[in-house]
Each structure stands twice: as C-alpha cells, then as structure tokens.
Design a protein around this ligand. Structure first.
Ligand SMILES: Cc1ncc(COP(=O)(O)O)c(C=O)c1O
Length: 409
C-alpha cells in the first residue's frame, strides 16, 4: 500500500535571489504613498486623442499612435476579417508551421514600400532587433551603437558574440574615432535609432553613412518612430535624408504608426534570407497572429493613400512644440511629434505626471536609464487625430503644472 510520505523541511525560506524583489516592492509602495507612482495605468477606452482613465477623460499626449489609426474602422475590419478567415493564432513559429499567406503578402508590401528587395516580419519590434542584430554578428565583428539607442538594440548586440562600442549620442566624430581605433576587425555594423524615442531628435544619418563608408561598415536604422512620420512618403528617416540606397537595413515596428503589434526588417534578399533562417527570436517564437498582420497591412494602405494624415500630424507637432517652448519649457532638440519636457529630477517627473493626470492630461515620465542621469523628462507626443482644442487644453494644463512646480515662470 502506498503511504503518503511527509518530510519535515520546515517553513520555506526565501531564496536570496529574490531579495531585490522586496526592495522593488518597497520602492513601489513608497512611490504610491507619495502619489508619485505612474506605471501600469489602466486605460478603459481605445487609444484615441482622448482616453478614459479611472472613469475620467484625459487628453492622450502619451501615445505612439502617430497617425491615429488604432481605432480606424478599416483597420479594425481588416483584423476582424482575418480572424474570420484564419482564426486567432498560428500555433507555431514562422519557420515550421506558422507562415500564412497574410505574412508573405505583408512582407512583399513592406519591401515595396521601403524600397528594398526583401522584408521579414517578427512578432514584435523588440524581437526584430534581438533576432536580426544577434544573427548578423559573429565573433570578430564589431557593432557600433549610439548611447541613446533603444534597449532592444543594445540587447540584440549583447546576445551576439561581437564586440560592442558605444559612441556619444548623435556624435559621428566619435563614431569615426572608435572605428579608427578598432583594428583586425572582421565586419562592422552601425545601428542607430532614426528618431530617438525619448527626445524625438533625429540621427545625423548623412554623417553616419559617410563614416560607415570610410570603414566599409553596414548601417542599420531602427525607424520605429520615423516610419509613417518622416519623409515625403512616410518611409522614414532614410527617405527624409534621401539616403535610402545607403542604409543597408531598415527596421520598423507595427506598434506605432501602423496601429498593431509586430515588426519587420528590410534589406537585400540574401541578408533577409539569412535573418529569416537564423534569428532565434523568429524561429523559436510563435508567428504574428492573423489579426495583427491584417491590421498592420490595412494601416500601411491608409498611410500610403492618405498623406493628409501625415500633414496634419506635422501641423499638430508644430503647434505642440511651439506651445511648449513659448511657455518656457525646455524641449531639447525634438524635430518630430515626440516632444520632451525636460524636468531634470526623476521624482519631479513622477510628481508632475500625476498632477497632469489630475489636470486632465496623460503624459509619460521618463527617467534614468531611459534618459541620461539628471535629464528626466515628460515625454509628450501628438497624433494626426488630435484637434487644436485637445492640444490647447493640454498646453493650458502643462502651463498650470509647470508653474506649480516652479519649472516655468
Ligand atoms: C526605437 C524603438 N525600437 C524598437 C522598439 C520595440 O518595438 P515594439 O514595442 O513594437 O516591440 C521600440 C518600442 O518602444 C522603440 O521605441
């Protein structure tokens, strides 16, 4: 007869690896008591120019929905139709059993739009950088990163066996010095954000491309925030500088202008074929689901068919930039719909974010390490679908809060 075996191991002890979790819990609790906790806010409505938080309407100045397409009837219908035709998931990775006609059609459309021979889609933009960068680099290669590059670029580089060199933000002179100092290098890759996600400034691509050519380095641009925003046709930073033929790889996400989730990388066919077969975040992860593919595809059609959306986005951008700087806020070197309000101190960023919420505006606090220490900021961003009334209301609230905290006179 089987008998239950009881052991006397005593009360379970907390393994020390979890010590840091207690510290995190305490930090969150303190922030909550100081009314300075601003993360994981729950939104009860679609991502529109106004959102509902805690049953209150707020002007949404904290979204990456630049073209205002996340609640567009055609985009939603495309997603619903894809679910009807293909169901809710792909049940496996692209490599083995998850590739649908929808994926191939979107990849062809993206390659044509970006002006490269081929493109491959991933399930998130983050996974694009993890998989593409790590699969392209080998031992003996060197990868050059701007210090303000997005976290997933840095993680992609860390996952490779290449040496990593970081250069000062937007400083092609330092990039050149670093390249010169590296000898016995197999291959070189430079990866920069086209539009830097926190401060909305643009990479100096003409100078970066020039340095890269001097050292036969490949150039990759992460255009998460440039796609649909910059360039005459919305093709992004390379188009903005008329350098599409000089940038070897362009990646983008579907989670911003393209109103969905997922990402892609476009380049020469051989290179994309390599990524398609070697990127671990693609081949060992489930495929982008039908609804997300179809939504991104429909959003791309609207991006191309309705340039007036981009024009309105730029009118709104100028209105917001001019409004914030004429109030006396420091807005850094923003050249895009991402407009930072530099506040300096981390805690001030949290307190101001909460106060702005009380005043009817949703913004994002950004603190170190997402910004350099002492350069905390409130990240604001506008959409094509904001009206002047929304933005004026938000600016009035920013003025009241900025004065209350002594940031402006
Ligand atoms: C510059 C940049 N690259 C990549 C990503 C990752 O994209 P996703 O959120 O679609 O995974 C982001 C997201 O915030 C980003 O800002």
């Amino acid at each position: 007869m089987l008998q239950a075996v009881t052991t006397s191991v005593g009360a379970p002890s907390q393994p020390s690896v979890f010590d840091k979790c207690r510290a995190m819990t305490e930090r969150v609790a303190i922030a909550r008591t100081e009314d300075a906790y601003c993360y994981f806010r729950v939104i009860e409505s679609p991502q529109e120019p106004e959102v509902v938080v805690g049953s209150r309407k707020l002007v949404m100045l904290g979204s990456n929905n630049y073209l205002g397409l996340t609640n567009h009837p055609k985009v939603k219908e495309a997603a619903v139709d894809a679910v009807r035709r293909f169901g809710t998931g792909c049940a496996g990775s692209r490599l083995l059993n998850g590739t649908l006609t929808l994926h191939e059609a979107l990849e062809a459309k993206l390659a044509r739009f970006i002006g490269k021979p081929a493109a491959v889609t991933f399930s998130t933009g983050f996974q694009v950088n993890l998989g593409a960068i790590s699969s392209l680099l080998d031992r003996g290669d060197v990868v050059y990163l701007d210090k303000q590059d997005h976290a997933c670029i840095i993680d992609g580089a860390r996952l490779s066996f290449a040496r990593i060199r970081k250069f000062e933000h937007n400083d092609p002179g330092e990039l050149r010095r670093r390249m010169k100092a590296d000898t016995g290098v197999r291959g070189r890759l430079v990866v920069v954000d086209g539009v830097f996600s926190m401060e909305g400034d643009i990479a100096p691509l003409p100078q970066i491309v020039q340095v890269a050519r001097e050292y036969e380095a490949a150039v990759m641009v992460d255009d998460a925030h440039g796609l649909g925003v910059l360039g005459r046709h919305g093709r992004g930073t390379a188009e903005h500088f008329d350098l599409e033929d000089h940038v070897h790889l362009i990646m983008g996400t579907f989670s911003k202008s393209l109103a969905s989730i997922g990402g892609f990388i476009a380049g020469e066919r051989e290179v994309i074929d390599h990524v398609r077969h070697a990127a671990r975040s693609l081949i060992f992860s489930a495929a982008l689901p039908p609804a997300s593919v179809a939504a991104a595809s429909a959003a791309l059609d609207i991006l191309e068919d309705e340039p007036e959306r981009r024009e309105q986005l730029w009118r709104n951008t100028r209105f917001l930039q001019d409004g914030l700087s004429s109030l006396g806020f420091s807005t850094g070197d923003s050249r895009t719909p991402v407009v930072p309000i530099i506040v300096g101190d981390d805690n001030l960023a949290f307190l101001m974010t909460r106060r702005l919420e009380e005043e009817g505006v949703f913004v994002n606090p950004v603190v170190s390490p997402a910004t350099p220490k002492g350069r905390a900021l409130l990240r604001t961003s506008c959409m094509a679908t904001h009206t002047e009334e929304h933005l004026s209301r938000a600016l009035e609230a920013c003025a009241r809060v900025g004065r209350a905290f002594g940031l402006i006179a």
